[in-house]
Design a binder for this molecule. Structure first.
Ligand SMILES: [Fe+2]
Ligand SMILES: [Fe+2]
Length: 341
């Protein structure tokens, strides 16, 4: 099948039935762009020790070849981060770990769960603000009502998303890009979990964190102001490898590290149709493709999803899931069109 024979996103989807708003039947006004999913490489391994030494070698080569002082400093900052066992990362949020354990039981103890939530003022603040959005008819009177409105799964997700926000990046263009990476992670986490028909667990986590390695690279860039060209090259080649190291430093389920490692080319490791790295790949394409469509850009995600899936696959479902998640975040007040997602 050629690209030109693919249907544009929304005309392939029943708009009324899916509540996707007005259908744009003609892509005539669309700017044709390359999908963001095209750039990026698998990690060289899932062994953190091996990855660390491969990365150290490659970044040293980058440093030696750098032509400017900021580029050299950027490579030096990455080498320094690689030399620290926990990569100088903030701790993985304790609330997320506790809630995960508490919600994993057949009948979660509600008062224990409330106790965990109440002990985290940041999380409480977020629950209040979400419970007051237009998603609900009127503001709640107390935290218990707010919690039951927002739902425990979404609260767990919010607590995990704080892990991404805890990676602080200095103001400037690299921070803007990092904000986009975070939102992209939230969208891909949601779509990956839906594709796996799970609400919590490694599926959401691996989707959320699939590009977390890029945040680590951008953090070093925000301190050293290197050229965009060098940052883009290192992100494309090494973000999956850095991501595996982050999953290891945060002691996440090994499945999460595997999903992150191979999310750019699941075929290279013969991943099965339901393997996490393949689901992330599909979700990644769907999210970027749906956003491209919103921005009146045509990037042919349908074709890319068919290529990423093993066997026949209708790309409509991942695209609809991505569109719904984008709609939901926008209804909650997030400005997706104004970010670098
Ligand atoms: Fe990626
Ligand atoms: Fe991605």
């Amino acid at each position: 099948m050629t690209e030109s024979s693919e249907k544009p996103l929304l005309s392939a989807v029943g708009q009324d039935e899916d509540g996707l708003g007005p259908s744009l039947d003609s892509p005539a006004d669309f700017e044709v762009v390359e999908g963001a999913w095209i750039s990026g490489q698998n990690a060289g391994s899932t062994s953190p020790e091996e990855i660390r030494s491969l990365l150290d070698r490659d970044i040293r080569l980058e440093r030696d070849a750098a032509l400017t002082a900021p580029d050299r400093m950027f490579a030096g900052a990455l080498i320094e981060v690689l030399g620290v066992p926990d990569l100088r990362l903030p701790d993985f949020p304790e609330t997320a770990t506790k809630l995960d354990q508490q919600l994993a039981t057949l009948e979660p103890n509600y008062s224990q769960v409330m106790h965990t939530i109440e002990a985290d003022p940041n999380l409480v603040g977020r629950i209040w603000s979400l419970a007051r959005t237009t998603r609900f008819p009127s503001p709640p009177n107390n935290l218990q009502i707010a919690v039951s409105r927002v739902g425990l799964v979404e609260i767990w997700r919010m607590s995990v998303e704080m892990a991404l926000e805890a990676i602080r990046i200095r103001r400037g263009p690299f921070k803007d890009r990092a904000d986009g990476v975070r939102i992209h992670g939230v969208l891909v986490g949601d779509v990956t979990a839906s594709l796996a028909r799970e609400t919590r667990g490694p599926e959401f986590l691996a989707g959320l964190l699939h590009d977390v390695g890029e945040l680590l690279i951008l953090e070093a860039a925000s301190r050293t102001e290197p050229s965009q060209e060098m940052v883009c090259r290192i992100v494309a080649q090494h973000h999956a490898s850095f991501g595996v190291l982050v999953a290891k430093a945060w002691r996440l389920d090994p499945e999460v590290g595997q999903g992150i490692a191979y999310h750019h080319d699941p075929g290279a490791v013969n991943a099965g149709p339901q393997d996490l790295c393949r689901l992330i790949r599909i979700a990644d394409i769907a999210v970027s493709g749906a956003l491209d469509h919103r921005r009146q850009r045509q990037s042919f995600p349908e074709l890319a999803i068919r290529q990423a899936a093993t066997g026949p696959m209708d790309p409509t479902r991942p695209l609809v899931l991505a569109q719904r998640c984008i709609d939901r975040l926008e209804r909650d007040g997030m400005n997706l069109m104004g970010t670098a997602v």
